[in-house]
Design a protein. Structure first.
Length: 116
């Protein structure tokens, strides 16, 4: 989903895509997008690592709840599943942010190529 309203720390994507920009401004925006992509890719690596661990924990809790058949083990399984789902949503959000920024970066590079 595109952020058309612009956040406090990023310019509106719609404004970035549709107004004329000077080469220094394009270069500055490319630098900003590149730095943000670098941070998001590092966040993605951490989120994927955590998701793998949380998914394994949820599977272990599921097996324990099947074996013990107690309400406490069932509750632990549900909690572990909830944490794994929350981390998956976070990872999916990071992936979507990366895709959005890559598209913005491609547009900026196209503009730079058209000007040069």
């Amino acid at each position: 989903m595109l952020d058309r309203g612009g956040g406090a720390d990023t310019p509106s994507l719609a404004r970035t895509l549709f107004r004329p920009m000077s080469r220094p401004l394009i270069e500055r925006r490319l630098t900003e997008v590149s730095e943000r992509l670098h941070r998001l890719r590092a966040d993605l690596a951490v989120a994927e690592e955590q998701l793998a661990q949380l998914t394994a924990d949820a599977e272990d809790a599921r097996v324990r709840s099947l074996v013990s058949e107690t309400s406490q083990s069932g509750s632990a399984h549900r909690d572990a599943e909830r944490h794994a789902r929350a981390m998956k949503r976070h990872r999916d959000d990071v992936v979507a942010d990366i895709a959005r920024l890559e598209a913005a970066q491609d547009d900026l590079l196209d503009r730079m190529g058209a000007d040069g």
